[in-house]
Design a protein around this ligand. Structure first.
Ligand code: ATP
Ligand code: MG
Length: 357
């Protein structure tokens, strides 16, 4: 088996996957930088078993994706600036098509990656398979006015507004609204008419600010869900990131927060899995793990996915916030003594033994 990774060479996932491969006694994977895929069109090719990793966290790769998607030059984004996510997604589709055309055994199916990075599509796929998800407003919602009128029609006063092609809580707004009384919680910072991600989650109470944020995000597409009241422990709400590898939910991180956004890079804290499991009870816990497996089964040709699972206050019920194509970075979390990367290498070694048997 000749392993290859398409990724950003400085990325921690690439390093940890490489380490897991070497630890299994296999030759180190060939790394194909996204930059080269996008600039020179180099792709792994038919002899390779290919892990496609995140193109994120690299400003130049981000710009190249947006250019590929829009078909022309784009303005360089400033650090943290939220811009061009629809173009970046279109560019990713083209780049993945090139990789697919190059052949090889792809460990994550391009079509699945694209679905998972398109929140309305991912939500629709999960809902169609009977996986519990929060209710969503029918789209398209392109600005603040259409958001408020769709909320009014649905009779909802509390929603989560998410950029269709976002990740890491970028552009996510938790919104409670009644007439012109409004409270929005988000990591978006408004500055000079542009939108930036900020590591500090802030609250906006002025309708004009919230309207400016939603109007700024709208043109790239929005997915709006009813606010699901998350269960918590103590004074923190929580959700789970569950990595499902080869159909098995094994690695779990609890993400806890005093704000409605639990993402760990926002200064939130990991919680205690055993404490959550005890609070939920065995029946609710195993139902939740089954839901994660069913969510992953919506992407059957993809080796691993990261499912975000929310328990409802009271623990009787749960819903999937989304499924992530690049959600397996859970440093230090082991299942059966293996981290998420070792578990993937193990799964693909047993796959290839199966093929040759
Ligand atoms: N409908 C909802 N109701 C309540 N909370 C929600 C809802 N949808 C998402 N959240 C919360 O919002 C945060 C970000 O959500 P989500 O995972 O959908 O977006 P993301 O930007 O792709 O983040 P991630 O990097 O975690 O995948 C999480 O804390 C999640 O629990
Ligand atoms: Mg995500």
């Amino acid at each position: 088996m000749r392993l290859a990774v398409v990724g950003n060479p400085g990325n921690r996932r690439v390093a940890l996957f490489t380490a897991a491969v070497e630890r299994a006694g296999l030759p180190a994977p060939e790394v194909h930088p996204w930059r080269d895929v996008l600039l020179a069109g180099t792709v792994p090719g038919p002899e390779s078993t290919v892990r496609i990793d995140s193109p994120g966290e690299d400003a130049e790769v981000g710009r190249l994706l947006r250019e590929l998607g829009s078909g022309g030059p784009v303005r360089a984004a400033e650090h943290g600036e939220i811009t061009g996510s629809a173009d970046a997604h279109a560019g990713l589709a083209r780049a993945l098509a090139r990789i697919e055309a190059g052949g090889g055994h792809l460990l994550n199916r391009p079509e699945d990656i694209l679905c998972m990075s398109d929140k309305p599509r991912c939500h629709a796929r999960l809902a169609a398979a009977g996986v519990p998800v929060p209710a969503a407003l029918p789209g398209p919602i392109r600005d603040y006015a259409s958001l408020r009128s769709a909320m009014h029609d649905a009779g909802w006063s509390r929603v989560f507004v998410k950029p269709s092609h976002g990740s890491s809580a970028s552009g996510v707004v938790a919104l409670a609204a009644a007439g012109s009384r409004i409270a929005a919680t988000t990591s978006v910072e408004l500055s000079g008419g542009r939108l930036f991600n900020n590591l500090r989650v802030r609250r906006y109470a002025a309708e004009a600010d919230v309207a400016a944020i939603v109007d700024g995000l709208g043109p790239d597409g929005l997915h709006v869900e009813r606010w699901f009241p998350k269960a918590g422990l103590g004074d923190r709400v929580l959700d789970l990131r569950v990595v499902v590898i080869g159909g098995e939910p094994g690695h779990v991180v609890v993400r806890t927060s005093r704000s409605p956004m639990t993402n760990l890079h926002l200064g939130n804290a990991r919680g205690d899995v055993a404490a959550v499991r005890a609070a939920a009870g065995e029946a609710a816990w195993s139902a939740a793990m089954q839901t994660c497996a069913r969510a992953a089964a919506c992407f059957p040709d993809t080796l691993q996915v990261g499912v975000d699972l929310m328990f409802r206050v009271g623990w009787r019920d749960h819903a999937v916030a989304e499924v992530n194509a690049f959600g397996d970075l859970l440093p230090g979390v082991l299942a059966d003594g293996r981290d998420t990367y070792q578990a993937q290498v193990e799964a693909l070694c047993s796959l290839s033994r199966g093929h040759h048997a």
